[in-house]
Design a protein around this ligand. Structure first.
Ligand SMILES: [Zn+2]
Length: 401
């Protein structure tokens, strides 16, 4: 019987198909709240919001309460204390956990379990309906979280997104030497782009290790690795940051110097939809388990995570540019750009594609073939990462507070 209760594991389920991932994201405001009791004694908590966000419902004891968590919602526009009817709910308490989660507690007059929770909506507004019914004190205790440190059976849904490095552990850098195997990349004469990037990645790996970083490589031989395979390696090794290394050639015009790409915004939206449609959802996004969730929920969650990751990737590109400038590397005239590169599509790992130069440029080609030229670029990248990790760790520590 108790198995029918949906306890602590309800993630934003969007039954309305009219919502896009774009419309479902960002900080939401509660517009109206209502508590209704049916003839059968079931209680429906109805929450109107200006937009949908991921949410979860938990039972918490001490005192017994139903907690609705949002990532994230503001309670400023509505008087939530009107939910305290004295009969079912004796008091209402709101709070926040960090900067990404807010919660609404209904202190219960008697133990209740969650029968169902559903989010419906149309563009511009949404409604969460949570149906509660009386259960025994023993049932409540069996499924409730403790106020401090307890965990629900099966674990509470973590709305906070992936865990970020606050500087309390070594940074794990994924190096992705472009191309390989049947795909040699650009033609560099004596060496292909694939060979040059593998050589450069080994040198960068050694320098990063000397500087205290941990390094994983998406390939360490002249092998073909698919684009998603490269991301899988980075995720499996819990990389904090992803650097794809290239030195492509342009057929027309002149391109020279270091150029840094982050994923374009439109490509991000497409990436969310594409990745959400895949089956191995655990592979998409560390820290959030999509198993059993619909595509739309996966897209919403990914878009939220990507919103946090995108400025981190942009900051990484700027830091690498600063690092390259600090060693007087040859820099492209428009060094920071956006592009639709599949290898940059990890929603949760800050990712930059580094064009170390262009093999179609004689000077860039000579630099990459010269150990001293490569050493300068290695120094620039390490300097850039050193700059970035300090700021990113500080930001992560702030968010965690
Ligand atoms: Zn390339």
């Amino acid at each position: 019987m108790i198995r029918r209760w949906i306890l602590g594991l309800i993630l934003a389920l969007c039954s309305a198909s009219t919502l896009s991932a774009q419309e479902l994201t960002g900080l939401s405001r509660l517009l109206d709240v209502e508590l209704r009791t049916s003839m059968s004694g079931r209680v429906t908590l109805s929450i109107e919001m200006d937009r949908a966000v991921p949410y979860a419902v938990d039972l918490v004891s001490g005192p017994d309460r139903v907690r609705v968590r949002f990532r994230a919602a503001s309670f400023d526009a509505v008087d939530v204390t009107q939910l305290a009817d004295g009969k079912t709910v004796t008091d209402v308490v709101t709070g926040a956990s960090g900067r990404t989660e807010t919660w609404l507690d209904l202190i219960l007059a008697q133990p209740m379990g969650v029968v169902s929770a559903e989010l419906t909506g149309q563009s511009g507004s949404s409604r969460i309906e949570i149906v509660l019914a009386g259960i025994s004190a023993q049932e409540f205790a069996a499924y409730a979280l403790l106020e401090q440190g307890g965990a629900a059976p099966g674990g509470a849904v973590d709305l906070s997104g992936p865990k970020r490095n606050t500087g309390d552990r070594p940074w794990i850098v994924a190096l992705d030497p472009g191309h390989g195997g049947v795909d040699p990349g650009a033609d560099g004469g004596r060496k292909s782009e694939a060979d040059l990037m593998l050589l450069f990645a080994f040198e960068l790996r050694d320098a990063l290790r000397r500087a205290g970083y941990e390094v994983v490589m998406t390939r360490d031989a002249d092998d073909f690795v698919g684009l998603e395979g490269r991301l899988s390696v980075a995720r499996a090794q819990q990389a904090d940051v992803f650097l794809s290394l290239h030195a492509d050639a342009v057929l027309e015009g002149v391109a020279e110097g270091v150029t840094l790409y982050t994923l374009s915004d439109s490509a991000s939206v497409q990436a969310d939809a594409k990745l959400a449609a895949r089956h191995d959802r655990h592979d998409i996004l560390g820290g959030v388990d999509f198993t059993g969730q619909g595509d739309q929920v996966a897209e919403v969650l990914m878009d939220l995570v990507r919103r946090e990751t995108r400025p981190r990737s942009d900051a990484l590109a700027r830091a690498i540019l600063d690092g390259m400038n600090s060693v007087s590397a040859r820099i492209n005239s428009k060094p920071i750009r956006k592009g639709d590169f599949a290898v940059l599509r990890a929603a949760d790992i800050p990712s930059v594609l580094v064009e170390l130069g262009f093999l179609s440029s004689a000077r860039d080609l000579a630099q990459l073939n010269d150990p001293a030229g490569r050493a300068r670029l290695v120094d620039g990248l390490v300097a850039g990462l050193d700059l970035w990790v300090v700021q990113d760790a500080a930001d992560a520590a702030l968010i965690r507070q």
